[in-house]
Write a protein that binds this ligand. Structure first.
Ligand SMILES: [Ca+2]
Ligand SMILES: [Ca+2]
Length: 400
């Protein structure tokens, strides 16, 4: 083995952290469908009537939207369907406070969600660790642990070291929030190179974002939701080599729902709704391998326009507008969406709003694997190197 000095291995370095992925318009490109008309069979039987609907998928016969009909007509001996008639398409927006689902999305008088941002270049989702993968043979290697500091740390690869193992735990969401995700990787490294280590900060109560991409909780009215937990990660310059997601923050629930979702895995867990929330502040959604989670919704026309922000790459969403609570999204390869704050109806009801979604974890499939947290439980806590921080912050352990 090499002469190693673990104490000097870690040193502080401040770097600009966030790199935001751009959204691609190409991801939803549709595939053209070929049409063939090679037979003399009639297209339909004269007088036959069928339902039809030229509007967006999933909106037919929802809310104010209704299907139309088309009739089989024969002209010059050729049977053809007439144009679709009698249908009603969705309105562009849901008109507030009329008790009608005008935009036909299944929600009456509710704001549309703030969508999460997606990757310009989709990556391959990480594999889930098998029981065998979670017990790598680390015999004879030297261990170094990085704990949370709130800023970037540096791992200087010692002379002669060609590869390292790294275990990462993302941070817990705020209030009693979602647990963090876990990632494991074996990475090829260059002796002497400097890798950036991010150890996610635990979520708290309130609107301050947490290091590692945890979105702040909603606190516009002084009734604050929990912030999302930050991700833990290892980076080579701007390239993030491996990421363990943070959990989403709780809203204001006193154990009655609206918890934050756990960090992934390849996919972060969704937050939860408050079960009896008349003020409609719904959960944020978990991130996926290539998109941030969508934010929660609120009642349209609600004073102060509260809603949950969508997740970005590395960064969980934050609630915005003037409402009560709302959990921040967890950081991750992509961040979770924020829960929406509850509408402040002036009746002094303090509980409600939606929990934030968990972030997604990531590693290249040839390098390692990931494990999802579950509810308020952090992933892979049975590992010999898991030693929980008092506040739920993340952890990075390197063997070389
Ligand atoms: Ca409406
Ligand atoms: Ca609607």
């Amino acid at each position: 083995m090499h002469a190693l000095q673990p104490v000097s291995l870690w040193s502080a370095l401040t770097l600009a952290v966030m790199v935001t992925g751009a959204c691609s318009d190409d991801m939803l490109a549709s595939t053209a469908t070929a049409t063939t008309t090679t037979t003399e069979e009639p297209m339909c039987q004269q007088g036959e009537v069928v339902a039809c609907y030229p509007g967006p998928e999933g909106t037919a016969d929802v809310g104010t939207c209704v299907s139309g009909t088309q009739t089989c007509e024969v002209a010059d001996g050729v049977a053809m369907w007439s144009a679709c008639a009698g249908f009603v398409l969705p309105a562009d927006d849901d008109i507030c406070n009329d008790g009608i689902d005008n935009d036909c999305d299944g929600h009456v008088d509710v704001q549309p969600p703030s969508l999460g941002t997606c990757a310009a270049d989709p990556s391959t989702p990480p594999p889930i660790c098998t029981a065998d993968q979670l017990k790598p043979d680390l015999t004879g290697l030297t261990k170094a642990t990085a704990k949370v500091t709130g800023y970037d740390q540096v791992l200087i690869v010692p002379n002669g070291v060609q590869s390292i193992w790294v275990k990462l735990w993302g941070a817990h969401g705020g209030r009693s929030g979602g647990g963090g995700g876990f990632a494991l990787a074996k990475l090829d490294v260059i002796p002497g190179e400097r890798l950036t280590v991010i150890v996610g900060q635990a979520g708290q109560v309130g609107g301050i974002p947490r290091y590692g991409g945890g979105g702040g909780g909603g606190e516009a009215k002084g009734y604050a939701g929990g912030s999302g937990g930050g991700r833990s990660a290892l980076r080579r310059g701007p390239i993030e080599l491996v990421t363990a997601a943070g959990g989403g923050g709780d809203s204001l629930c006193s154990g009655m729902g609206c918890q934050g979702g756990a960090g992934g895995g390849a996919i972060g867990e969704d937050g939860a709704d408050y079960p009896t929330d008349e003020g409609y502040g719904t959960r944020g959604f978990g991130a996926t391998p290539n998109c941030g989670g969508d934010g929660g919704r609120s009642t349209c026309g609600c004073p102060g326009d509260p809603h949950g922000g969508g997740g970005l790459q590395f960064q969980g969403g934050s609630p915005s507008g003037q409402g009560l609570g709302g959990g921040g999204g967890g950081g991750g390869w992509f961040g979770g969406g924020a829960g929406s704050p509850r509408c402040d109806n002036g009746f002094g009801i303090m509980l409600g709003g939606g929990g934030g979604g968990g972030g997604s974890s990531h590693v290249n499939p040839e390098d390692g694997c990931v494990v999802a947290g579950a509810g308020s439980l952090t992933a892979n806590t049975v590992d010999i190197d898991y030693d929980p921080e008092y506040d739920g912050s993340g952890r990075v352990v390197v063997y070389y």
